[in-house]
Design a protein around this ligand. Structure first.
Ligand code: C2E
Ligand code: CA
Ligand code: CA
Ligand code: CA
Length: 279
């Protein structure tokens, strides 16, 4: 994704991630980042394919550190998972994402959902379910407006441990998305064994749609599989009209990508919704 030119991090280079002193600095700076209020969230609109209206937003964390500058999540989440800082960071993300949604509702923008990325480290905590339920209750929001995105590749070792938790949350009405679908080793096994409501096709597949090759059929098949197991299918990384048309033809339920918008700040989202309403 970095090579595709994610414009938030133009200065990022792959070799920086392998620099051991940078890794150590990241680890050190992460310790104080929450207290120093160095994190923010951006919100990436997801569209209902049929209506063309915004369905909701994916919350994406941003970190700006005085010494390191902007550090992309692809670089620091892994470190935060290793030293378990991801637990308080993840709680902060969930809390702020729910507050964002409550704010929107209070300003009259109701009916939207928020998708929050959850690390498997968080899922494995004994109090994970309580934390999620308590946070939704704290903001007095309906459970179905929250979707948890869980990355497929990380589930490999632990899915028997999280099965009950996910089932419980889904019974409450909370949605669970299998993120980065198609990138793991046993995607089809998860479809049989894991509870989830949503299948999120990795942007790698969507990116390939421009080449008009076998990939179009592949994505059509993935969408069909999703429909067959009764889950909503979301495509991320939609950048071109061609990709949009293909995904629409193939009945993909939701779309997300730079074609519509970059991830936006809360203030930008409010402007965005205001202009959408006026249309
Ligand atoms: P992800 O969950 O697969 O999120 C989608 C990533 O693709 C985001 O990158 C988003 O900005 C980017 N993206 C969306 N549409 C397009 C597009 O059309 N073109 C291109 N080139 N990119 C697009 P981002 O924000 O850098 O996040 C990277 C990864 O970091 C995420 O991948 C997710 O795994 C992780 N992450 C982000 N925020 C959080 C968080 O709050 N908690 C956890 N645990 N992980 C997070
Ligand atoms: Ca995600
Ligand atoms: Ca992805
Ligand atoms: Ca991911």
């Amino acid at each position: 994704s970095k090579k595709n030119g994610n414009s938030d991090y133009n200065c990022y280079q792959d070799d920086m991630a392998d620099d051991p002193t940078r890794k150590m600095k990241i680890e050190k700076e992460l310790k104080t980042a929450l207290d120093n209020k160095e994190f923010t969230l951006k919100y990436h609109p997801q569209y209902n394919t049929k209506t063309g209206k915004i369905w909701g937003f994916e919350a994406l964390i941003r970190w700006k550190n005085p010494e390191l500058g902007s550090v992309p999540p692809d670089e620091f989440i892994e470190v935060a998972e290793k030293n378990h800082f991801i637990i308080p960071i993840g709680e902060w993300v969930l809390d702020n994402a729910m507050r964002f949604l409550q704010d929107l509702y209070e300003q009259g923008y109701k009916g939207y959902s928020i998708s929050v990325n959850i690390s498997v480290i968080q899922l494995l905590q004994d109090d994970f379910v309580d934390t999620v339920i308590n946070t939704v209750d704290k903001y007095n929001m309906p459970y179905p407006c929250l979707e948890l995105e869980i990355t497929e590749t990380l589930m490999i070792k632990s899915f028997n441990l999280v099965d009950d938790k996910l089932n419980y949350l889904m019974e409450k009405g909370i949605k669970v998305a299998l993120d980065d679908f198609g990138t793991g080793y046993s995607s089809l096994t998860y479809l049989r064994t894991l509870p989830f409501t949503t299948l999120k096709i990795d942007k790698g597949f969507v990116g390939d749609l421009t080449e008009k090759s076998v990939q179009g059929d592949l994505i059509a098949s993935i969408i069909k599989i999703g429909n067959q197991v009764n889950s909503e299918v979301v495509a991320e990384g939609v950048e071109t009209k061609e990709q949009l048309d293909n995904l629409r033809r193939n009945d993909c339920d939701r779309l997300q990508g730079y074609y519509f918008s970059k991830p936006l700040t809360k203030e930008e989202i409010v402007h965005f919704l205001l202009s959408e309403q006026k249309q």
